[in-house]
Design a protein around this ligand. Structure first.
Ligand SMILES: Nc1ncnc2c1ncn2[C@@H]1O[C@H](COP(=O)(O)OP(=O)(O)OP(=O)(O)O)[C@@H](O)[C@H]1O
Length: 276
């Protein structure tokens, strides 16, 4: 791939990627809490060519989330995700999967516990600093959330435009990003002229055109058939291979079983199972 999505400064060898896949760790509340403290101080260095462990990108330590109506969505959740990981989060409807992602990009706040993303404690971030962190997180939703009256090109470039990128820089990023999701020939189409799979690929392009180190995908295949689902996962794997850390929530057990990526399961707000 060309500079479709300009690779983050971190480059990974195949061996490091395989290591990263094994890196998802459950921790006891105590060790995760220690890690949370360490993560805030951890320098985000480029891994050396040796087999050194990857830095931690996401830490949740003793996280609880209770909504205002008393609904307890997450209970004492502990999880560490390393840079370069590709992680599935599964679990039944209402288990707390979307809530987990909402906490990670700051749409919701934890009731208690620590959430560290890219070295920053989310509980302490407000206003501009939270907005800056969000720019470093790409998000893909089940229902695409494209702007109906904007073309594919405009949907993808909107986020860069809103962040003040120059027209030249937007164009430099746009074409290779659309090529990466196989939609270069649809740049002038409107969302309602696209299939569901194509719309989801536009939303992936939009999520990564700003080269975030972390990509969160909430049921990205939920509205898609088998072929389109596999295509979406392949694109996410391609992004992961250039160093983007990927967290995907899904109900799709066959899709998860067909992959060899690590899996965590949430049930009734608790992490109950993991496949390393
Ligand atoms: N804004 C909210 N206000 C109150 N309760 C909520 C809110 N959002 C989610 N919940 C509740 O929190 C729990 C977890 O919901 P969440 O959406 O995280 O589950 P999920 O695993 O993503 O489910 P699904 O797979 O159906 O999307 C559920 O009991 C839900 O009813």
């Amino acid at each position: 791939m060309t500079s479709a999505v300009t690779p983050p400064k971190t480059h990974y060898t195949r061996r490091q990627q395989a290591q990263a896949r094994r890196n998802v760790r459950f921790q006891t509340a105590a060790t995760a809490a220690t890690a949370a403290t360490a993560a805030t101080k951890q320098p985000q260095t480029t891994p050396s060519a040796t087999n050194s462990p990857q830095p931690t990108l996401v830490t949740l330590a003793g996280v609880n989330k209770t909504y205002d109506n008393g609904s307890q969505a997450l209970r004492d959740l502990n999880l560490q995700v390393k840079k370069g990981d590709f992680l599935f989060v599964t679990g039944p409807s209402g288990a707390g999967k979307s809530t987990l992602l909402k906490l990670l990009y700051g749409q919701e706040r934890a009731t208690s516990g620590d959430i560290i993303v890219d070295g920053q404690n989310l509980a302490k971030l407000r206003g501009n600093r939270l907005a800056m962190l969000r720019r470093r997180i790409g998000i893909v939703f089940q229902d695409y959330k494209l702007i109906p009256r904007r073309t594919v090109a405009e949907n993808v470039s909107f986020v860069l435009w809103a962040q003040g990128y120059s027209r030249r820089e937007i164009n430099r990023r746009l074409r290779p990003t659309l090529r990466m999701v196989g939609l270069q020939h649809k740049a002038s189409c409107f969302p309602d002229q696209l299939s569901g799979g194509e719309q989801q690929r536009v939303s992936i392009a939009r999520a990564v055109v700003g080269t975030p180190p972390l990509l969160l995908a909430d049921e990205p295949t939920g509205n898609l058939d088998g072929d389109n689902s596999r295509q979406v996962i392949k694109i996410l794997e391609k992004l992961n291979s250039i160093g983007i850390t990927v967290l995907i929530t899904t109900h799709d057990e066959p899709l998860v079983r067909a992959s060899n990526h690590p899996v965590v399961q949430i049930q009734d707000g608790r992490l109950t199972h993991v496949r390393h």
